[in-house]
Design a protein around this ligand. Structure first.
Ligand code: SF4
Length: 206
């Protein structure tokens, strides 16, 4: 409702949604922008959102979907905020959360896709995520280069997703050749090498 009011007041009464789950208020005249940008709502939903939160996507998870194995949306926000507080990365990595294998949150074309699952612990079953990497919709100069994510072996407890991704992305940022995006990095280095790194991260977590 608040966004609709802003669109009515400053724009053309239209709101668009994007594939990265962002919002576009269309038809805002340049001379109204400064005043619009002062709106309290846009201090929270900032057009200059931080890196990870700006590209993180989530399906609805168990709040509204009875197929979901886990909660996704709150976790997606908290993981993105965790990464934004700790990592400086120019590239906007696309991290997608889904609550079950159906893939409504498009895990398969993310840089890092997380699929809800359960893991057995001494205290019983707890929420966890399976991780897959290296997806892209790409259509580079050499023609279409679309690629689905490839799974990594090893399940991560939901509460440890932030720290595990922090280490995985740090590994990428230290090992990448400039300029190399995450997808190209995965293609060059290869899943077996990244799997080795991921296994070491999980072993240190245990
Ligand atoms: S991916 Fe699964 S949990 Fe998420 S909305 Fe789709 S069916 Fe529900």
């Amino acid at each position: 409702m608040l966004l609709a009011d802003l669109s009515d007041t400053y724009g053309e009464g239209k709101i668009r949604t994007t594939m990265s789950q962002n919002i576009i208020l269309s038809g805002i005249p340049d001379d109204k922008l400064p005043e619009l940008l002062q709106a309290p709502l846009l201090q929270r939903l900032s057009p200059e959102a931080k890196n990870f939160i700006s590209r993180t996507v989530s399906c609805t998870g168990n709040e509204f979907c009875n197929l979901a194995l886990v909660e996704t949306k709150e976790r997606a926000v908290s993981v993105a905020e965790y990464l934004d507080e700790r990592l400086q990365l120019e590239e906007k990595l696309r991290i997608h959360f889904i609550g079950c294998p159906n893939g409504c949150g498009q895990k398969h074309v993310a840089d890092i896709g997380l699929q809800g699952s359960l893991i057995k612990t001494p205290e019983g079953m707890v929420d966890a995520f399976d991780i897959a990497i290296g997806g892209t919709l790409g259509t580079g100069d050499q023609g279409p280069a679309a690629q689905f994510t490839r799974p990594l072996k090893g399940r991560v407890k939901a509460e440890r997703v932030g720290p595990v991704l922090e280490q995985l992305i740090t590994y990428y940022s230290q090992q990448r050749s400039e300029p190399e995006n995450f997808h190209s990095f995965v293609e060059r280095v290869g899943i077996p090498v990244i799997q080795e790194q991921f296994t070491a991260i999980l072993a240190a977590e245990a």
